[in-house]
Design a protein around this ligand. Structure first.
Ligand code: AMP
Length: 426
């Protein structure tokens, strides 16, 4: 389906068109028409499915701009997700004049958020703790709220937000529309749906496992001592321009990040106890392509939407299958393809065996290339580029130069070999 097939305003259509999306994703195809009708929805969908636009469209279509009190509230588990969701809603609402969307989350001074809230906003995207804080301070009145969205509901419950969510829901009018999105549907989530939703329509889109085939997964046995060296070999062998690198501990993150820097690879670290300001700065640097490698723990990377990632590297094997899937889901977003590379040392073996079994043959074990194989890979890569250039570039002038340089004791093969050497040394 196309977005044109929905009965939505020209403003929203134009914005989505500019975002470059023509075809809808399955969750959008199912949720948007129901959402536009005002139905409650319980959707099983993960990050990367396009769920944000699936709820943003019905929410935006309902906003009454002259009323500058909150009409929609989106609850998300993390600050990063709040920023990302608020950003995406603002993009879709770009052509709705005077629309105000605000992200509120812990870690940022509350005063600034309060000032914006007092001026009036239409849509609030927040972490449950901070939203409660604003309600209690009298900064946020949910009396006029028509839509409530629980995004990544299972993550929010995992993080201990159950009571906060219930309190917030109780502060909103009964006749609201409630849309719940969750990657998994444990009993706890079903309970919330039952208690706080009105005859919700249940939607399920291809689950995580079915989404995986686009991701090529390779794993490499290594040992603790050579792990870092092997990481750099993989970076070179796969010609990784940019990647998210996962470690299981903060210590691991610091180690990998520092050593990458030392080896001349631009990199940054992201872990839970960094200040919000630093995290935002680091994220922006990575998103803008100003830094090649972002080394992170699972917690720090939760909910992050970094698109266009071709590679995910597991420096440490994830603790369990769910977290592995979550990690590798950062690549191959919305239809593209990607690589997930996993380093497996003895310490990782137990976790790896479980994950490998549950991945049902999708992880292929390979050997770390030897130094000579790595050399060969690099040479072949250069030669491929050269062959391509011969095919597509106009080389007449360059050939004339070469011809002029040829003499009895220099052959064209020698010139090519010397150039190759120079390129390899670069
Ligand atoms: P989400 O599941 O909302 O986190 O979205 C995942 C990513 O897919 C985001 O970067 C969206 O901008 C992108 N996206 C959303 N809808 C579409 C679509 N219809 N076609 C292609 N990409 C999309």
């Amino acid at each position: 389906m196309n977005f044109d097939d929905f009965d939505i305003s020209d403003e929203v259509k134009k914005a989505i068109d500019e975002m470059g999306f023509e075809k809808t994703t399955p969750i959008q195809e199912m949720a948007i028409p129901l959402g536009l009708k005002g139905r409650d929805i319980t959707a099983q969908a993960q990050t990367g499915s396009g769920k944000t636009i699936a709820f943003a469209v019905p929410v935006l279509e309902k906003i009454f701009i002259p009323d500058r009190s909150p009409q929609a509230i989106v609850l998300c588990p993390t600050r990063e997700l709040c920023l990302q969701v608020a950003g995406e809603i603002a993009k879709v609402g770009k052509y709705i004049k005077k629309l105000k969307v605000l992200a509120v989350y812990g870690g940022q001074p509350i005063g600034k958020q309060t000032r914006v809230l007092k001026k009036g906003v239409h849509i609030v995207v927040g972490t449950p703790g901070r939203v409660i804080d604003h309600i209690q301070r009298g900064n946020l009145d949910l009396i006029g709220v028509e839509s409530v969205i629980l995004d990544e509901a299972d993550e929010m419950l995992d993080m201990g937000f159950r009571d906060d969510i219930q309190t917030i829901l109780k502060n909103t009018p009964l006749q609201r529309q409630t849309m719940l999105f969750s990657a998994t549907m444990p009993t706890e989530i079903r309970k919330i749906a039952k208690n706080y939703q009105n005859n919700p329509k249940f939607i399920k889109v291809a689950n995580k496992k079915e989404n995986i085939p686009k991701i090529t997964q390779h794993a490499f046995r290594t040992n603790h001592k050579y792990k870092f060296k092997d990481l750099t070999k993989l970076i070179e062998a796969y010609d990784i321009k940019s990647s998210l690198i996962f470690c299981n501990t903060k210590k691991g993150v610091d180690f990998v990040f520092k050593h990458l820097k030392k080896e001349g690879y631009s990199s940054e670290a992201l872990h839970g106890d960094m200040s919000q300001k630093t995290r935002d700065r680091v994220m922006n640097k990575f998103r803008n392509g100003n830094v090649r490698f972002l080394v992170a723990t699972d917690v720090a990377a939760r909910g992050l939407d970094i698109s266009n990632l071709d590679f995910i590297v597991n420096y440490d094997v994830a603790q369990n299958y769910d977290s592995h899937i979550h990690r590798i889901g950062r690549t191959a977003r919305a239809g593209s393809s990607g690589f997930a590379l996993t380093l497996v040392s003895k310490e990782d073996s137990a976790n790896f065996n479980v994950i490998k079994r549950q991945s049902k043959g999708k992880i292929v074990e390979k050997d770390i290339p030897s130094d000579s194989e790595l050399e060969e890979i690099k040479i072949n890569r250069i030669l491929d580029e050269v062959k391509n250039s011969i095919k597509v570039d106009n080389l007449k002038n360059d050939m004339d130069f070469i011809k002029k340089s040829l003499s009895a004791d220099i052959t064209s093969e020698e010139i090519a070999a010397a150039l190759l050497k120079k390129l390899r040394e670069k």
